[in-house]
Design a protein around this ligand. Sequence first.
Ligand SMILES: Cc1cc2nc3c(=O)[nH]c(=O)nc-3n(C[C@H](O)[C@H](O)[C@H](O)COP(=O)(O)OP(=O)(O)OC[C@H]3O[C@@H](n4cnc5c(N)ncnc54)[C@H](O)[C@@H]3O)c2cc1C
Length: 362
Amino acid sequence: MDRRLFIGSATAALALPGCATTLARPAARTGCLPPVNVAADRVIRTVAGLRPYRAAGFVVRAEALGDKRLVHNYGHGGAGITLSWGSSGLATQLGLQGHAGPVAVIGAGVMGLTTARLVQEAGFPVSIYAAALPPDTTSNIAGGQWSPFGHYRGSAVTPEWRAQFAAALDFSWRRFQIIVGDDYGIRWLPTYTESGGDSGPSPLDAYHPAARVLGAAEHPFPIERIVRFDTMYVETGRFLRQLTRDVQIAGGQIRVRSFATPGDIATLSERLVFNCTGLGARDLFGDAGLEPVRGQLAILLPQPEVRYAFTGEAGYMFPRADGIVLGGTFERGIWDVTPEPAAIARILESHRQLFAGFRCTA
Ligand SMILES: Cc1cc2nc3c(=O)[nH]c(=O)nc-3n(C[C@H](O)[C@H](O)[C@H](O)COP(=O)(O)OP(=O)(O)OC[C@H]3O[C@@H](n4cnc5c(N)ncnc54)[C@H](O)[C@@H]3O)c2cc1C
């Protein structure tokens, strides 16, 4: 998964942190943080979503569909928010070269909306066609950490794909930074990550500014080794709402329409079509390499004083204006989007123990 600092991240089986009694209480108040108040009666909703995972990595590729050019942009697993601008940047570079006239985008999740915006920015009229619109997309469910986590298997990707990944990451990193703020619901937060040890330099280091291993007196977690770094967090509902408005303000059309086969797509009048259908591409284009990886979340009442995030054996905690997002399941091949009470209870209990074990509070 190539996520060097994230050893105990969301793939973990929600084991409980086991070092609570071995760490001393931080001497300085500067290392203390407000704990998250985890209790069943503070849960405001639970949700399960399906990450569009491909072991061989996301697909950005052009092909002919009759007299049309079809450009795929799907399969981003647990990193679709992170990669959105960059992957859509690659797709539009590929599709728009030599094109004239209107453009169609299929899908209104984060890939469809960012693709549509980049098409508009390049000066082309765009129509989005999608079976479902925000807030009813997988993209709305995402926790929203800017981190390229859980979207490929190292042994299954090619050097060419790795080059695409690196380019997408770089573009996204820059693009998200210039829209940080309340309009798009994006902010920087310090992130405390349970880390299994140093595995040497990684190409991802550039995306973990100010990363360092903290001493026990510098954090309150009942955990032996914590790495702190800064990254961006996206309040996905607000982000997608703003992107939708941006598309419309720039004259884009958005239509609810479902496509069953590539033949349906061939009936569109646009000669350039971007396929941003996420997991839908499995049936629509027969991509059997695309599979669901279910993630379940419990969202707690907002706690504005919590201005840090956590990932580790307990799962993950991302604080957002619309609630505290607790997650941590990564369930391959499961299609059911009904949250399971037992899994939600485990997520709550692992986080309850984590925050109850704080060695000091701010
Ligand atoms: C629990 C969870 C947590 C996550 N956390 C993060 C995170 O912290 N950071 C991160 O970067 N990523 C995260 N992700 C991953 C991210 O949500 C996905 O990678 C991303 O949403 C995929 O976006 P998409 O636009 O490709 O797909 P979607 O959001 O699923 O959008 C697909 C669009 O295509 C349309 N469509 C599909 N099939 C058809 C069809 N046949 N005809 C017409 N329209 C069709 C749909 O209606 C929809 O509009 C998380 C995912 C989950 C489930």
